[in-house]
Design a protein. Structure first.
Length: 314
């Protein structure tokens, strides 16, 4: 069942009416033409809404509870996934999951944020907000993949790194910095995809990649719109204005060359047809891995570093 966002209410009303007509169908009464008319109207309205989404509305779509998460994506496109736990220093952080698996026959290391899909799992995964041990686990897994010459694929979906006191006490900033540096040092292909939210250093710690993809309605920024609004206007109520000013959409970031490609989503967002959205990502990953695996380890490392050093240069 689709969970509707506030700006989708007109579509919700139409689709509710369609569902009601179908549920009360009478064999003696042909309602097929009426249903077809309403379905066409709903599709047109859905397209009209999604063709003109504001940055704030895209942020809401990126946070949609039905959007494919790390575990959803892995279960659909990664065969024989073997999760690996622990940072060998403090403990296990389930906000970041990683392990070996096969993407259409090719062995890869897959690492990403997991937000959870219901109250219990969201608490267990800390809403995708990793602590230092999560980033240290990511570093351990990336180095392991590097050692065996296995490409790394990361899936970014986090509001940001966990801001709690205990995380700072255990070296949050250092863990994020080391994870980012490890991304840059790898001599194997690294492809990152922002699948939902890409928030702050918690995102870049897994996204300093040779190639960075973003889903069409994902967002990627140094701070959340609410956080930005709280700093600039002293109120989170200005989040929509902040989102507009921050240029956090995939379309903006492609223009600024912060990302390399946009993965199109089904009409109405990835949450409406997750299988279609995930398969599109798998196609893009396969094509890019085919290209990157032709490069030498030195070229991969050099290209990645030069790419990020060039960002923002005049």
């Amino acid at each position: 069942m689709v969970t509707y966002l506030d700006f989708e209410r007109p579509i919700a009303d139409l689709e509710s009416k369609i569902a009601e007509l179908k549920s009360h169908a009478n064999p003696d009464l042909d309602i097929s033409q009426e249903v077809a008319r309403l379905e066409l109207k709903a599709q047109r309205q859905l397209k009209a809404v999604y063709d003109r989404l504001t940055p704030w509305q895209k942020t809401l779509v990126a946070r949609h509870p039905g959007r494919p998460r790390f575990t959803d994506i892995v279960s659909r496109i990664i065969d024989d996934f073997s999760p690996m736990a622990g940072d060998r220093c403090f403990g296990e952080d389930q906000a970041i999951i990683g392990g070996f698996g096969r993407l259409r026959g090719r062995t890869v290391m897959v690492i990403g944020h997991e937000k959870g899909s219901d109250t219990q799992s969201r608490i267990r995964h800390n809403f995708g907000m990793a602590k230092p041990e999560g980033y240290r686990k990511a570093v351990r897994l990336m180095k392991l993949a590097d050692q065996f010459g296995i490409p790394v694929v990361t899936l970014v979906d986090t509001p940001g790194a966990f801001p709690g006191v205990q995380a700072e006490e255990r070296g949050q900033a250092q863990a994020i910095a080391v994870s980012t540096a490890t991304c840059l040092d790898l001599k194997v292909p690294l492809i990152a995809t922002v699948v939902g939210e890409g928030g702050s250093g918690g995102a870049i710690a897994l996204a300093a990649a040779n190639t960075v993809f973003m889903y069409e309605h994902a967002v990627y920024s140094v701070i959340s719109p609410e956080g930005c609004a709280s700093i600039l206007w002293r109120t989170a109520d200005k989040a929509a204005d902040a989102a507009e000013a921050m240029r956090l959409t995939a379309q903006d970031l492609l223009q600024f060359k912060v990302i390399d490609r946009i993965i199109e989503e089904p009409l109405g967002g990835a949450h409406r047809q997750p299988t279609v959205a995930v398969n599109a990502l798998a196609d893009a990953l396969q094509h890019e891995l085919d290209r990157l695996t032709q490069e030498t380890p030195q070229a991969l490392q050099r290209g990645r570093r030069e790419k990020f050093l060039a960002m923002g240069a005049l």
